[in-house]
Design a protein around this ligand. Structure first.
Ligand code: M6R
Length: 626
């Protein structure tokens, strides 16, 4: 949830760390802080509640005395868990003797016990955070390690000792004023990657923090401690055994993580969708339709043995899974269940080695999804990840991965990741169908051809968004907006409502249109906006008829209907107060076009209400706590 940066090199660390934090602010923005060790061995910290801008203002006002000179530093942008978003609780946290500064992402589950022990020893706490325990423990371990002559190695050993006492999920970074030039990091169940430069090295929650300096990176495994200095990187497990991290090259550059003239990252990411979909399809299949998985540890025989598919995911990625269920069951005839990752393992699902669990996650770090996949693996199920983030934990722990090539998604609200996840799910469904012999290569090829037309169709939708923006501004004062859909339009309705809730802070609900009469229709009042996602009359005529009836039902009760239908669907026109046409598309692929107006509408309503579209309140991009 929090963003973490560390730098050890030959240039002033402050700007590098603050720039890195700017790129990681999407991960949390309740407070921000830095700690820099200068050449004199002084450790200086500065931290402020609120967004990074507050910290930058404080740094400018202070003239950054002491901070500007140091070439070793750490920085943190916080999504609060233990302790409110105040200056005091902002990271870094220092040990009582002021010797070390620590930043942390995650939750230390045994912090209450550790805190009680430390307080019994006379340590006075200055914050309500769990992190502060780690700072005091680290200083205590450093105090015991008098035999070490190399200060950097001493810091790494102290961190290993601390980690062995911690429970829960954590990424920790620390600096020690007696070890200038060294930053130590540790990870368990929380992300941390290393950036490898020339005479300088980096640590960060994700590569976007250092992408402008280096595209060479190292993935760290579970329960590892990493020490960076200007000269090198060394990695061990928590007991000091050296381990090799996995090196990788980042295939996008810094400009991909910038706004490029747009008002918000979200607006840019919405516009990038045609390209993102095209990139996700690129090079994915041979002429006879065989799918290329990025990293395959599943054989065709494994896939033929699958007798049940479970999709686990959260939020928008869960909505992807709901759409995927329709496609996978239709194409493969294998039963497919979709579960919220946070519920999955607690329900004790029936899994075995012939179950395929598909874990969908943009970030690859969502703790609920990670825990669901671990549970699946314990039950011997095979796990396939659909993910956007190279080097993240979920693909690393899965048996196979299919990356969505949509580039970095910075805005908290997921847009291009959703569309590309859909594409990845379609590819998985088609591949399963082909391997199992329920679809012939020419049938798979026909769907792939339809998919290849989707980037142009999405572009057509984007080119016609002005009336939607106008309508959105008009809806900005609505108390509540309802969304209805049928078949794959139902998850699209849920996604439309989620976008509106998270961006506009407005009451919004999505319903299966058929459920209206079982309760939700009572919500309709004079003027209530109801967004209706209409299935194609060509593909699923019966569903189209039924939703037209549903639209009439809500309209008869005073609803203001906003209808999303495919071009040429005249049946809905008489009942639509606002009609948004999207290009004709095969039913199962329709979410790739029907979702787009809902994204644009939510973004525009949020802007009209004066909200921060990229960083909605109370949220974070990567949810690394359960
Ligand atoms: O990184 P993930 O795809 O695992 O994230 C899952 C959800 O937290 C995420 O989709 C969230 O719902 C979005 N912010 C919604 O726009």
């Amino acid at each position: 949830m929090c963003g973490i940066v560390g730098y050890a090199g030959c240039r002033p660390a402050l700007n590098i760390v603050v720039d890195g934090l700017r790129r990681l602010e999407y991960r949390g923005y309740d407070s921000a802080g830095v700690a820099i060790v200068d050449g004199e061995g002084d450790l200086v910290t500065e931290k402020r509640a609120g967004k990074l801008a507050n910290l930058e203002k404080a740094l400018a006002e202070d003239g950054a005395t002491g901070l500007a000179a140091g070439m070793t530093g750490i920085g943190h942008t916080r999504w609060a868990t233990h302790g409110g978003p105040t200056d005091r609780n902002a990271h870094p946290h220092r040990s009582a003797d002021g010797r070390v500064a620590v930043i942390h992402n995650g939750i230390l589950e045994n912090f209450a016990r550790l805190r009680a022990e430390l307080e019994a020893e006379g340590v006075e706490f200055t914050s309500e955070t769990d992190t502060e325990c780690a700072a005091h423990l680290l200083a205590a371990e450093l105090g015991h390690l008098t035999e070490h002559t190399d200060p950097a190695e001493r810091l790494a050993e102290a961190m290993r000792r601390v980690c062995r006492r911690l429970e829960g999920a954590f990424t920790l970074l620390a600096v020690d004023n007696l070890a200038p030039g060294a930053v130590v990091g540790a990870r368990r169940n929380s992300p941390l990657v290393v950036g490898c430069g020339e005479g300088e090295n980096y640590l960060a929650s994700d590569v976007s923090a250092f992408i402008e300096h280096t595209r060479d990176a190292i993935e760290l495994g579970q329960d590892q401690v990493v020490l960076i200095t200007p000269e090198g990187v060394s990695v061990t497990d928590f007991h000091g055994t050296p381990v090799e991290g996995t090196r990788f090259h980042i295939d996008w550059d810094a400009s991909a993580a910038e706004k490029g003239g747009y008002d918000s990252f979200m607006a840019k990411e919405i516009d990038e969708q045609p390209q993102a979909v095209a990139d996700t399809l690129l090079g994915r299949h041979t002429e006879n339709g065989d799918l290329t998985l990025d990293e395959v540890r599943l054989t065709d025989q494994d896939l033929r043995d699958v007798d049940k598919v479970f999709i686990v995911a959260c939020g928008t990625s869960f909505h992807t899974g709901m759409v995927a269920k329709y496609a996978i069951e239709h194409w493969t005839r294998i039963p497919c269940e979709v579960e919220l990752a946070s519920e999955f393992r607690y329900r004790d699902p029936v899994l075995d080695r012939s179950t395929l669990v598909v874990a969908i996650s943009q970030s690859g770090e969502t703790m609920d999804t990670l825990m669901a996949l671990r549970h699946a693996k314990e039950q011997k199920a095979r796990v396939l990840a659909i993910c956007n983030t190279n080097g993240s934990t979920i693909p690393r722990e899965s048996d196979a991965v299919l990356y969505t090539h949509c580039g970095p998604e910075i805005a908290v609200a997921s847009t291009k990741a959703f569309l590309t996840q859909l594409v990845a799910c379609y590819l998985v469904g088609l591949h399963l169908a082909q391997v199992r012999g329920v679809m012939y290569a020419d049938e798979v090829g026909a769907v792939l051809a339809q998919l290849s037309e989707m980037p142009a169709k999405i572009q057509t939708v984007l080119d016609a968004m002005e009336p939607v923006r106008e309508l959105a501004r008009d809806l900005a004062d609505a108390k509540s907006v309802l969304f209805i859909g049928r078949h794959v339009g139902y998850p699209v309705a849920l996604e439309g409502a989620l976008k509106l809730k998270e961006l506009a802070y407005m009451h919004a609900e999505g319903f299966a249109a058929g459920e209206l009469k079982h309760g939700p229709i009572a919500l309709i009042d004079e003027g209530t906006p109801v967004v209706c996602v209409v299935p194609s009359a060509r593909g699923r005529g019966v569903l189209n008829d039924k939703i037209v009836s549903n639209i009439q039902e809500v309209r008869a009760r005073g609803a203001r209907t906003i209808v999303i239908a495919e071009e040429g669907d005249d049946a809905v026109a008489p009942y639509a107060d606002h009609l948004i046409y999207v290009p004709r598309t095969p039913t199962l692929l329709a979410p790739l076009v029907t979702t787009v107006p809902l994204q644009v509408m939510a973004g525009e309503i949020a802007t009209a209400r004066g909200n921060d579209v990229d960083q909605p309140r109370n949220l974070a991009k990567s949810v690394t706590v359960e």
